[in-house]
Write a protein that binds this ligand. Structure first.
Ligand code: NAD
Length: 277
């Protein structure tokens, strides 16, 4: 698990703290993209509830560092996103700890690769539960509060695999296409309110989830780590560069801004050209 926090200067000047006074829940934020998003939202002044698995001492270190660096409140919920009652509990905790949920980022996700005919039922169910159903449950739990306040931002971390497919990823591709469908429905149901719902569709981002796929390629094809990484990028991502958690976080922060108030139901790729092909 990578929970390192990039070094940044201390709390930013108030001019850049455009999310001061807002509260954000970021699911799956003990690692990778979710941690990057939590970092950017905290840097802009939002109080944040972190969620995800990992070593409790390490998570506490991250929580304290994020809070100290950016001068915001940071709490943590260990809720399992495959369990709807724990998702409700996480939103209730955010309301207790931070006073409500203005921004929800549905980011937690897992992957499993296998041909359809060999795909284990248990992995299918887990991927649909964590990558799709959890976003529905959390959205349902936060909407009354957001609509009551007349402001809210729901950001779903889908994938290039929400727009196009690859072999051996039946559950993941189905879940991510489903996330885009959910995003559009929520955007329509909230269209006349101050609540918006959009999806970000990353291409390859170098996180533990992708490192595992690089390791699999290296082992299967007898390649070095560098060659396996180049092969993974070369097959899909024309820029031949990874997108970064910081870049995904910056787009999430933009979607929280007033400038993005009329972006509704969009699926925004950050994929080095993957889905332009
Ligand atoms: P990651 O493995 O680094 O992080 C996943 C996070 O989800 C971790 O914090 C983990 O603890 C948490 N998590 C996993 N199962 C959970 C559960 N049951 N309950 C609560 N938390 C749980 O992965 P990542 O690459 O940062 O992926 C984050 C999101 O971005 C996922 O939805 C993934 O599908 C999506 N995504 C990633 C890439 C990429 O290239 N890395 C590309 C497109 C989309």
């Amino acid at each position: 698990m990578d929970v390192s926090i990039p070094t940044r200067p201390g709390p930013q000047s108030s001019a850049l703290r455009t999310l001061a006074g807002k509260t954000a829940v970021v699911t799956g934020s003990t690692s990778g993209i979710g941690l990057g998003i939590a970092e950017v939202l905290a840097a802009q002044g939002a109080d944040v509830l972190l969620n995800g698995f990992g070593d409790p001492a390490e998570i506490d270190r991250v929580r304290t560092a994020l809070s100290g660096t950016h001068g915001v409140r940071v709490s943590y919920s260990a809720a399992d996103m495959s369990k709807p009652d724990e998702i409700d509990g996480m939103i209730a905790q955010a309301t207790r700890d931070l006073g409500g949920v203005d921004i929800l980022v549905n980011n937690a996700g897992i992957q499993h690769t296998a041909p359809v005919r060999e795909f284990p039922m248990e992995r299918w169910n887990a991927i649909i539960a964590i990558n799709l159903t959890a976003a529905f449950c959390a959205t349902r739990a936060v909407l009354p509060g957001m609509e009551g306040k007349g402001w809210g931002r729901i950001i779903n971390i889908a994938s290039a695999h929400g727009l196009v497919a690859s072999p051996h990823k039946a559950a993941y591709v189905a879940a991510k296409h489903g996330v885009l469908g959910l995003t559009k429905v929520v955007a329509l149901e909230t269209a006349r309110t101050g609540v918006t719902c959009n999806a970000i569709c990353p291409g390859w981002v170098l996180t533990p989830l992708v490192q595992k796929q690089i390791d699999d390629i290296a082992m299967r094809e007898g390649l070095s780590g560098d060659d396996a990484r180049a092969k993974l990028l070369g097959e899909k991502q024309p820029s031949l560069e990874f997108a970064t958690p910081d870049q995904i976080g910056a787009l999430a922060a933009f979607l929280c801004s007033d400038a993005a108030a009329q972006i509704r139901g969009a699926a925004l790729p950050v994929d080095g050209g993957w889905t332009a092909q």
